[in-house]
Ligand binder design. Structure first.
Ligand code: HSE
Length: 310
């Protein structure tokens, strides 16, 4: 095989209470990465298009390039990799765009190897790429983009990935306001200390949310989807956040919070309330003068995959 194209989905990081460790994939939106075998060793970015066409072309400064370099070194490949990036995920949106590009690059390149890597190795290569964009090694976007569905990742040097069950009938509403929030900046504003009471509350919410997913307990999920640590520090970055969240809950959402570093918001809701939740969130943003793109998606999905080969 000489060429492979991979689709890697967008994702919601944190899922309110799992800062840097929990995320779910959004299969409706994603990046497409095409990797072609080249005679000359090394990694080259030969094209970039879609929603963004001015990404850095130096591989070490590009999330997909850096991830692919990590794979190429580990594979000790005697050939090179040329890559074309087609962005379907807006930049600085909180939709895990940098993670998706990194994941797409390693999934496509892996298809060209005689001895392909396991997904867990691909996760580690993609993490190197994510670090270029956000300045830190976090996995809450990479793991769901790679594995699909709702994913918990424990550990950085030795990550253990667990796909969590999602009760039947739950949909995710995704609202992307047309504005930019830099992940780096949204991380820089976070305090380094957490009050003991908030630590206990957040821990209870995360534990309750995960237990609720395993036991189909919607009440525990509703109670758990409540971020008392990160959201209060970041919500001022998103105009109208509190009103939009309140309206979503009023319309029947189980929970509503910031997707990753923002500005995108997500809500979890039973499918029958999904359209009402979507409309009210869109309207509330509009009342604040903010236009949006919006999707209603299932939480369960397949993750990154090769979609074309030659
Ligand atoms: N967990 C990360 C954050 C996701 O919230 O900063 C953004 O990539």
């Amino acid at each position: 095989m000489n060429q492979a194209t991979a689709f890697a989905p967008a994702s919601v990081g944190n899922v309110a209470i799992g800062f840097d460790i929990l995320g779910f994939a959004i299969d409706a939106i994603g990046d497409r990465i095409t990797v072609t075998r080249a005679a000359e060793p090394g990694v080259r970015i030969t094209g970039c298009g879609g929603l963004i066409d001015d990404l850095p072309r130096e591989p070490e400064k590009n999330t997909a390039g850096r991830a692919l370099q990590a794979l190429a070194v580990a594979a000790r490949a005697d050939f090179g990799f040329e890559m074309v990036i087609e962005k379907g995920i807006p930049l600085a949106s909180g939709l895990g765009g940098s993670a998706a590009s990194a994941v797409g690059a390693v999934v496509a390149a892996n298809a060209l190897l005689e001895q392909p890597f396991e997904k867990l190795d691909l996760l580690k290569f993609a993490m190197q790429g994510e670090a270029v964009a956000s300045g830190s090694l976090h996995v809450d976007n990479i793991a769901p983009s790679l594995f699909g569905g709702l994913v918990l990742t424990v550990g950085i040097d030795n990550p253990r990935v667990k796909k969590l069950p999602v009760p039947v009938g739950i949909s995710a509403v995704i609202i992307h306001p047309h504005m930019f929030v830099s992940t780096r900046a949204a991380r820089a504003i976070l305090k380094h200390e957490v009050a003991m009471a908030d630590f206990v509350w957040q821990t209870a919410n995360l534990a309750g949310f995960i237990s609720g997913c395993y036991t189909n307990d919607l009440d525990l999920i509703r109670e758990g989807l409540n971020d008392v640590v990160i959201e209060p520090q970041r919500r001022q970055l998103i105009p109208g956040f509190s009103g939009v969240r309140a309206a979503a809950l009023e319309a029947g959402a189980l929970g509503c919070s910031i997707s990753g570093a923002g500005p995108t918001l997500f809500a979890w809701t039973l499918a029958e309330h999904a359209e009402a939740v979507r409309s009210i969130m869109v309207e509330e943003f509009a009342r604040n003068g903010v236009e949006t793109d919006h999707w209603v998606v299932p939480v369960e999905s397949e993750g990154a995959r090769v979609v074309e080969t030659r």
